[in-house]
Write a protein of this length. Structure first.
Length: 451
């Protein structure tokens, strides 16, 4: 077991999230740390050697590290307008919006722990490289770094976990060579292409103070072959569930109760549309499907469901005679995904949640008992397995660009901004149609564009 300790000399870390430039990245992704080591190898007086190559390629093969990181305060940042440095036509250069997010660390040190037993010569070489790291993130984040063996069990904050809500970039095999090639080409190419040898790994915050999610995982698939919008709810999600159940029957798998849901009084699988939201051009187009797996689902049932979903990928699912769609898995390597297809958009913890599809109340309020729509909605949250909200602000329509407004008179549908006494981890869905995309909510910081 060995550890990399990184000290932040100013007590601040300045770096933006890959897919959300207005949001500060924290904790620093292991992939960013690996890139800093490669930069030290290429730019320092040590230079590239066969020993540094062997040590770094050995590090690529290690399992994703555990992380020790203190709490942090994410400072609010405004929008700056600066010239684009790599504009090919400087005579037409215009100022573009830029963000410079940063976070203040309560303890100015972040550490990365690997469980592998490292050879002495590799540890010495990696420590030489770490000594030459000057900054992490932007050049304003001055750091010191040191590798050493670890003789005790550390107090871990973030741990790799497939059900975790924090998606962090981690270097994969070949990442060092990819970075060195980009460095050699830096005078030729204008912008770096997306990385091919970096992957997203789900991490769980072990010190979380939020109420755990009702779901153990959120499987995300890309939707193609049709221009589906939220207007197709709940036909679209029901069609996918029907296709999954039909395929399970054909291959001889028993259909689990969380899938069919008949007579089942616990949390079902939720089939959630992932739409294009919170952009001036957002139109509610469905970019993906999220399949939320309930906590109580058995491992064997999850495995069979995963197999069936894999078999269903790229096969057409009929919504109607004229509308068909397909699902496909997301790429393993790091690419610039839309916010809708990022897991943390839907599962990050928050005290305030806002609806993006109408909430169908489980029952009408009993006016003879003095009940209101707010009290009936509060009961719907409790029935769905969540704590009772402390504040409910009713809305006729969603305030999230691209969301689905209330339009049906057949049942009582509302939108709401809901506040809880403690943070909740998502996904959060409520009301009668909560397992098919109705009553779907996003954290308030997503609705306001801060993720």
């Amino acid at each position: 077991m060995f550890i990399l300790r990184i000290g932040f000399l100013t007590g601040q870390f300045l770096a933006a999230e890959e897919h959300a430039p207005e949001e500060a990245e924290y904790p620093p992704h292991p992939g960013r740390v690996f890139s800093a080591l490669v930069a030290a190898e290429a730019l320092s007086d040590i230079g590239i050697s066969s020993m540094s190559q062997a040590a770094m390629e050995w590090l690529e093969q290690c399992e994703p590290p555990q992380i020790i990181a203190s709490d942090s305060y994410h400072a609010k940042v405004g929008t700056s307008y600066v010239p684009v440095a790599d504009d090919l036509h400087p005579q037409y250069k215009k100022k573009h919006s830029r963000y410079f997010p940063h976070c203040v660390l309560t303890v100015p040190e972040v550490s990365y722990v690997w469980k592998e037993d490292i050879p002495d010569e590799y540890l010495e070489q990696l420590d030489l490289l770490a000594e030459n790291i000057t900054h992490l993130g932007t050049s304003h984040s001055l750091v010191t770094a040191k590798f050493e063996r670890l003789q005790y069990k550390p107090d871990i904050n973030f741990q790799p976990d497939s059900g975790g809500s924090h998606m962090l970039r981690v270097a994969g095999s070949g990442r060092r060579q990819e970075l060195l090639q980009l460095y050699q080409r830096k005078k030729v190419i204008v912008r770096h292409p997306p990385p091919c040898n970096e992957v997203y790994v789900a991490y769980q915050n072990l010190n979380r103070k939020a109420m755990p999610s009702l779901y153990s995982d959120l499987l995300i698939f890309k939707v193609g072959s049709a221009h589906l919008t939220l207007d197709t709810l709940p036909l679209f999600t029901r069609a996918l569930r029907a296709a999954v159940m039909a395929l399970m029957g054909r291959v001889g798998f028993p259909i689990p109760e969380p899938v069919h849901g008949h007579g089942y009084d616990q949390t079902h699988i939720a089939w959630l549309p992932l739409p294009f939201l919170r952009h001036k051009y957002a139109d509610g187009r469905v970019l993906g499907i999220g399949i939320a797996i309930p906590e109580q689902m058995l491992p064997s049932q999850k495995e069979q469901l995963s197999m069936v979903l894999g078999m269903l990928c790229e096969k057409e699912v009929s919504l109607s005679d004229s509308i068909k769609f397909t699902i496909s898995p997301l790429p393993i390597s790091v690419v610039k995904l839309p916010r809708a297809l990022r897991k943390d958009t839907w599962v990050r913890s928050s005290k305030v949640w806002q609806s993006i599809t109408p909430i169908e109340l489980d029952r009408h309020p009993k006016k003879n008992k003095g009940e209101t729509i707010s009290t009936a909605l509060a009961d719907s949250f409790v029935r769905a397995g969540f704590p009772k909200p402390v504040k409910i602000e009713l809305r006729k329509n969603t305030t999230v660009q691209g969301g689905l407004n209330s339009s049906s008179d057949k049942c009582l549908r509302v939108h709401a901004v809901v506040t809880f006494s403690q943070s909740l981890e998502g996904p959060v869905t409520v009301g009668r149609g909560r397992y098919f995309g109705m009553g779907m909510m996003v954290p308030a910081n997503v609705a306001e564009g801060r993720c």
